[in-house]
Design a protein around this ligand. Structure first.
Ligand SMILES: *Cc1c(COP(=O)(O)O)cnc(C)c1O
Length: 222
């Protein structure tokens, strides 16, 4: 199916409260333009300079989400326009983003990335580290970032029961943190989880942003 066809079909099938983030990393400008022409406005990229280069030439009403690992020395290239940073996994990073956002007089929304999958990876906070960060670090003093929710990647496995239980734990953590720290903050509202292979399960388990790449654009052109 065409990119436009996939966008329209996905949009018609998603519940109203779930946002579709089109993951366009490694895709050429023309592919993003086709999705845009089909009405897509939220795009996610994994490399800051690639995102900045695309943002410079594509329409200005696109909402750019950064879904990759954040390198501190590159935050400056996205601080003026990024609308949501999905994979923040330390207080140090929150502080760096805050510093750059302040220079642009902006508040940047961030999600805390939780390491919930079985794979070994160096990215993401464990559930315990996340609780620890919120309990002990002075994040409320950072006036130019806003913690808008949580992000996770499910295990890369065919065992969908495993993936479901991971997403379920994410929802429980989200609800726990909401009550403990964000009860008065409606902006803490996003649970970013679910990709091409597991987005339907993610939605059933409470995802509010699904991040879909290959289903929309086909194979990535590395
Ligand atoms: C690439 C990527 C996706 C999209 O994956 P698909 O399987 O192509 O849908 C989603 N989230 C993150 C963080 C990614 O890096």
């Amino acid at each position: 199916m065409s990119i436009a066809g996939q966008i329209l079909q996905l949009r018609n099938s998603l519940p109203q409260e779930v946002s579709l983030l089109a993951i366009s990393k490694y895709q050429p400008i023309e592919a993003l333009q086709e999705a845009y022409d089909a009405g897509q406005r939220m795009f996610g990229e994994n490399h800051i300079q690639e995102m900045a280069a695309k943002a410079a030439v594509l329409p200005k009403d696109i909402e750019w989400h950064f879904t990759g690992h954040v390198q501190t020395n590159k935050i400056k290239y996205m601080a003026s326009f990024v609308s949501l940073i999905h994979a923040v996994d330390s207080f140090r990073l929150l502080r760096e983003i805050d510093k750059h956002a302040a220079k642009h007089n902006r508040t940047i929304d961030c999600l805390l990335q939780i390491h919930i999958a079985q794979e070994e990876t160096k990215y993401g906070l464990t559930v315990e580290e996340c609780r620890q960060l919120l309990a002990t670090e002075p994040w409320r003093e950072l006036k130019h970032i806003r913690i808008a929710g949580l992000m996770a990647m499910g295990s890369n496995t065919d065992d969908m029961a495993q993936v479901r239980s991971e997403f379920r734990r994410m929802r429980q953590l989200f609800d726990e943190l909401k009550v403990a720290y964000f009860a008065d903050e409606p902006s803490f509202a996003q649970l970013s989880e679910g990709m091409t292979d597991d987005y339907l399960i993610a939605i059933e388990e409470g995802s509010t942003i699904v991040r879909i790449g290959s289903m929309i654009f086909g194979e990535r052109q590395y």
